[in-house]
Design a protein around this ligand. Structure first.
Ligand SMILES: [Zn+2]
Length: 353
C-alpha cells in the first residue's frame, strides 16, 4: 500500500510517498481502509521535530517515536477485515477511530476518564508503523466508532481531533451554561470553529479572537462576536461585558495569549487550556488566580464517550466541520505547507482514493 512517511525531521518535503506492507489485524483489531484523513497541527510539528517551540523528543508526544514515521491521527474509512475475536465491527462498516489507545484497566479508564490514562498512545503519534496517512491502518475494534451515512468521510476526518477536546473542555470541565460568555483565543483554527459551534449550541454568548478584517468577518459569519487580539484583548473583553469578563475562556494558543486570557476572565471564571502550540512556558499571577476565584483546567483530549456523542451529533447535522481544502494523499507535503502558512480557515483533509 501507499503511505506518507518521514525518515527524519525536516520541512514539508521530508514527507515521502512510500510503498509499505499492508498491516495485518492482530486479535481484537480491525483493518480499516482509509478514505480521508485530517491534517492536524500535531502532524506538522511531529514532522518538524518541534512541539510548542521545544524539541519534540524531549516532550511527552515524542516518546515512542520511531523513524520512518507514519503520521495521521484522524482517518475515516471502512472496515476491510477483522482479527480474531472481533464482534464489535464487521467488514463494510463505515468508521472513525477514537484515536487514543488507553489501557482500559487503570483507575482513570475504569472511571470513564480514558483520556487521562497514563498509558495512552495516540494513533499516528505513538504507534510506530501505524498512522492515518496511509491506505490502511489497524486499530482495536473496541475503539472504532460507527460513522453515520449522513457524515462524509471528509467530515469524519475533520471532527474528533478538534471537537473532542473542545467538548470535554467546555461541557465536561468548564461546565459552560446557557447565558455564559465564552471567550475563544485562536478562534480561526479548527478547534476555534468547533468551539464556536459548541458554544452557540450551548446557548452561550461567544466572543472570538482573530487577527485582521478577513478573519474577523469570518468569525462573525459563524455567529461569534469577533475581537482583534493584536495589541491585547483583555481590555476589549472587559469592555464588551460591562467590566465583568468572560465566564469561560478557552485557551487554544498557549503562552502567547495566556496572561491576557487570565485577565479577561470573570470572577469564578473557568480557563480551559487545550494545547500550547503558541509556547509552553508562561507566568502565572497567583494573586489574580485566588483574588478572582479562577479555575484553570488542562485538557489534552476527549474521552471515548464524548467522541461517540460528537459523531452522533454530526450525524444529526448539528455539528458541521468546516473543510478548507481536500488534497490527495500524495500531496501531503503541500498540505503541510498550507498548514505552515497559517492562512487556511477550516480543516485540510487528505483524500485517500
Ligand atoms: Zn488506563
Amino acid at each position: 500500500m501507499k503511505a506518507i512517511r518521514f525518515h527524519e525531521f525536516g520541512p514539508p518535503a521530508a514527507l515521502r510517498y512510500d510503498d509499505v506492507e499492508v498491516p495485518a489485524p492482530a486479535p481484537g483489531e480491525a483493518l480499516v481502509r482509509v478514505h480521508a484523513v485530517g491534517v492536524n497541527r500535531m502532524d506538522v510539528e511531529m514532522r518538524a521535530g518541534i512541539y510548542g517551540g521545544e524539541s519534540l523528543m524531549d516532550f511527552y508526544f515524542g516518546q515512542m517515536m520511531e523513524f520512518p514515521h507514519t503520521p495521521g491521527i484522524e482517518p475515516a474509512g471502512v472496515v476491510e477485515a477483522v482479527g480474531e475475536g472481533v464482534t464489535a465491527v464487521k467488514p463494510g462498516d463505515r468508521v472513525v477511530p477514537h484515536s487514543h489507545l488507553s489501557c482500559g484497566a487503570c483507575r482513570q479508564c475504569l472511571a470513564g476518564h480514558d483520556n487521562a490514562c497514563a498509558q495512552i498512545r495516540v494513533l499516528g503519534v505513538q504507534t510506530p508503523g501505524i498512522g492515518g496517512y496511509a491506505e490502511y491502518f489497524t486499530w482495536p475494534a473496541r475503539l472504532l466508532i460507527p460513522l453515520p451515512d449522513s457524515v462524509t468521510y471528509e467530515q469524519g476526518a475533520a471532527l474528533l481531533v478538534n471537537y473532542g477536546p473542545v467538548w470535554t473542555a467546555l461541557i465536561q470541565r468548564a461546565e459552560l451554561r446557557p447565558g455564559d460568555t465564552l471567550l475563544i483565543t485562536g478562534a480561526t483554527g479548527g478547534c476555534g470553529h468547533a468551539a464556536i459551534e459548541i458554544g452557540r449550541l450551548t446557548g452561550a454568548r461567544v466572543l472570538a479572537l482573530g487577527g485582521g478584517d478577513e478573519k474577523l468577518e469570518e468569525l462573525a459569519s459563524m455567529g461569534a462576536e469577533p475581537i482583534d487580539y493584536r495589541g491585547g484583548f483583555a481590555a476589549d473583553v472587559l469592555e464588551a461585558t460591562d467590566g465583568r469578563g468572560a465566564d469561560v475562556v478557552l485557551e487554544l494558543v498557549g503562552a502567547d495569549t495566556f496572561k491576557e486570557s487570565l485577565g479577561a476572565a470573570a470572577g469564578r471564571g473557568r480557563v480551559a487550556v487545550i494545547g500550547s502550540h503558541g509556547g509552553i512556558q508562561t507566568e502565572l499571577n497567583l494573586g489574580l488566580l485566588f483574588a478572582m476565584n479562577l479555575q484553570i483546567h488542562g485538557i489534552t483530549r476527549g474521552n471515548q464517550a464524548s467522541m461517540q456523542k460528537l459523531v452522533e451529533l454530526a450525524g444529526t447535522g448539528v455539528l458541521t466541520p468546516k473543510i478548507f481544502r481536500t488534497l490527495a494523499l500524495a500531496e501531503a507535503a503541500e498540505a503541510h505547507r498550507l498548514m505552515d502558512e497559517r492562512k487556511h480557515s477550516g480543516k485540510i483533509v487528505l483524500s485517500v482514493a
